[in-house]
Design a protein around this ligand. Structure first.
Ligand code: ADP
Length: 241
């Protein structure tokens, strides 16, 4: 990433997968897919496939981690060894520790942790198939799983990345664009509060490009947010006889 793309990624105004610059990949969100979890979500986003499971609020162990003033939110992002074309070495690595941390920090901004002192809320995100944009997809799935668990929140966080390829700002990078593009900017955003809770940047952007990427990512998050709400409504809608 960075510099000029070595492979043409935009041909005649279209991206290699046929999308326009500001187009999302197809997204499918299902709330409540795991019986044992208190809340869960299965999400497909392009070729990404992710499961999120929430447990809690429940008594936190080990006890020395307990906080008398609020719940402790623990997030674990994990990529399955079979989720990428080359086998990924199982277990945590620097990347998964970083992603778990930025997702936790984003979710801490919305969950009313002070309602549940001394308890723990665990959020597991398992990437079954990865094709770039997994931190945004995992954050999106985790938000739905938290809402599905009935955990009080200010609102859900939606995730979406924007980036740059062939000197063009694009929405929602796929693997080729992530590998051969010029920049990636994942975002976590709460549309109802107009609040950015996750923002990372890789690559080089001019000030104008940065503004455009920000607008693209926020618009993408708004669309994702609508799909998150739809998924919850689908599970909890009371059918009228
Ligand atoms: P994100 O998935 O949030 O875009 P990255 O930019 O770090 O995060 O990774 C981009 C993509 O690169 C991932 O979605 C995944 O498809 C791929 N990838 C990440 N880590 C590995 C790995 N260890 N082996 C193979 N592919 C990987």
């Amino acid at each position: 990433m960075g510099g000029k793309s070595e492979v043409p990624l935009i041909v005649k105004g279209k991206r290699l997968d046929g999308r326009k610059a500001d187009e999302l990949r197809p997204i499918k969100i299902v709330a409540g897919t795991l019986n044992r979890a208190d809340g869960s979500c299965y999400l497909e986003w392009g070729k990404n496939k992710i499961l999120a499971a929430v447990y809690g609020p429940r008594e936190l162990h080990p006890k020395h981690m307990q906080d008398n003033t609020q719940a402790v939110l623990r997030c674990r992002y994990n990529m399955a060894p079979f989720s990428v074309s080359e086998r990924k070495r199982p277990g945590p690595d620097r990347r998964s520790v970083e992603i778990s941390k930025v997702i936790r920090e984003a979710l801490e901004r919305v969950v009313f942790l002070n309602y549940f002192p001394t308890s723990g809320i665990d959020v597991f995100m398992e990437v079954l198939q990865a094709d770039a944009g997994t931190r945004c997809a995992a954050l999106t799935a985790a938000s739905v799983a938290l809402a599905d668990a009935g955990i009080p929140m200010k609102d859900m966080v939606a995730g979406c990345a924007a980036g740059k390829a062939d000197d063009t700002i694009i929405l929602d990078l796929n693997q080729e664009e992530d590998n051969f593009g010029q920049g990636d900017m994942p975002m976590g955003y709460i549309p109802s509060r107009d609040e950015i809770v996750l923002l990372q940047l890789d690559g080089e952007f001019t000030k104008d490009e940065l503004e455009k990427a920000k607008t693209y990512a926020m618009d993408g998050c708004r669309k994702v947010y609508e799909l998150q709400k739809e998924a919850l409504k689908k599970k909890y809608a009371i059918s009228k006889v």
